[in-house]
Design a protein around this ligand. Structure first.
Ligand code: C5J
Length: 220
């Protein structure tokens, strides 16, 4: 069994029963003109983790680990988008509005695609999710169960929204989760720092945190 040097204590990694889950590394969150930018956020913060996330992805692929990608997006008729989600706040563009990368956060539109640097390979699972958590209203739980996955290495954006929500959903379902701290990012550095701290607090109450180097070292 490999061991990841993690916080709050080392994580025993069982590669055969682990998966990498890369959350929402979509153009709509990472490029100008998408959903993230429409909310007034600085997307360059998220762009900075792309090389590290790619290194993690390639290392997990090389180790033969199951790889899952998620995309936050909705049906074109918005039937899976609660009005509260669409109407809240005062963004420049709302979900479903036409923008520079097609309709915002709509499945099949250019903005909903995963950025090319982290594009899924044939055979890797892509989960389209209407919520923040990747288990809500998706087949993720059934897919992980079918593959015998019990541990998740987690990366992606944004740390305190879809990443944290997914980790909490996974934790409640009995998965052991490790968040790759330099392969996740927030538009708000203070929120990222708080999330990392609260995940590992109280003896890994939500899960573990580790650097990408530590995860890759364990895989070697
Ligand atoms: C957000 C996400 N922040 N992927 N989505 O709305 O974190």
């Amino acid at each position: 069994m490999a061991v990841i040097q993690a916080e709050p204590f080392p994580f025993p990694l069982d590669v055969a029963h682990a998966a990498l889950i890369v959350i929402d590394m979509q153009r709509d969150f990472i490029e100008p003109g998408g959903f993230g930018a429409s909310l007034g956020n600085d997307v360059t913060l998220l762009q900075a983790i792309v090389p590290t996330a790619r290194r993690l992805l390639e290392g997990c692929r090389a180790a033969g680990m199951t790889v899952i990608h998620t995309r936050e997006c909705h049906r074109p008729d918005l039937s899976d988008c609660p009005p509260a989600k669409r109407e809240r706040g005062a963004p420049a563009l709302r979900i479903g509005d036409p923008g520079p990368m097609g309709r915002v956060l709509i499945a099949g539109e250019p903005g909903a695609e995963i950025i090319s640097e982290l594009a899924p390979r044939p055979g890797e699972t892509v989960i389209d999710k209407p919520g923040k958590g990747a288990f809500y209203a998706t087949e993720l739980g059934a897919i992980l169960a079918a593959k015998g996955v019990r541990q998740l290495i987690v990366a992606g954006v944004t740390t305190e929204v879809c990443v944290q929500t997914t980790m909490r959903e996974a934790n409640d379902r009995g998965y052991d989760c490790v968040l790759a701290v330099d392969a996740t990012e927030s538009y708000f550095p203070a929120f990222k720092a708080a999330t990392l701290a609260m995940i590992a607090a109280q003896g890994a109450i939500v899960g573990w945190t580790a650097s990408t180097d530590a995860i890759l070292e364990a895989l070697r």
